[in-house]
Write a protein that binds this ligand. Structure first.
Ligand SMILES: [Zn+2]
Length: 163
């Protein structure tokens, strides 16, 4: 491992602080991937990245946001896209994955039923499904995950916040 003198170390730390600061700077999302609203209105019950434990065992950080809403609440597609997957899954329940192009993919889990089928094109504003609690869920909620170029990102970062 390289040894740096105090002056170099100070410079390295300052560089890292500058990078971290720039990464944190809020910029309105580009129109390419921004969306104006969540796919369902509700309360965020588990945020992105939350660390959870099951029987004392750590689980991987939460890969999306959980939005609690009454069973049957419509889940609205935020952008035009194509259904890449629509399946009933053991843990995730009825799950739909939609590709939006430009590396943007979203996953919607625990739906009440499967409304859309694989391969279908779906417009903005169309119904993806309804909030349910299929799979492993303690109550009705939408698990909403977003991947950008196959990296998990915080869905909240896509939302165009007023102000
Ligand atoms: Zn979840």
């Amino acid at each position: 491992m390289a040894v740096f003198d105090a002056k170099a170390l100070a410079r390295i730390h300052a560089d890292q602080a500058a990078l971290r600061g720039s990464y944190r700077t809020k910029v309105d999302a580009t129109p390419d991937i921004a969306i104006s609203r969540q796919p369902v209105d509700g309360i965020i019950s588990t945020p992105f990245g939350a660390r959870r434990y099951v029987n004392g065992e750590p689980r991987s950080p939460h890969s999306g946001v959980d939005i609690a809403a009454p069973e049957g609440t419509r889940i609205i597609n935020p952008r035009p896209g194509r259904v890449l997957l629509a399946e009933s899954m053991f843990l995730n329940g009825n799950t739909v994955v939609i590709g939006y192009g430009r590396g943007l993919v979203m996953v919607y889990s625990h739906l009440q039923s499967l409304y859309v089928h694989k391969g279908a094109w779906i417009k903005a504003g169309e119904t993806i499904g309804k909030v349910g609690q299929t799979g492993r869920a303690t109550g009705p909620h939408l698990h909403w995950g977003v991947r950008f170029n196959n990296a998990r990102i915080n869905p909240d970062s896509l939302l165009m916040h007023a102000g």
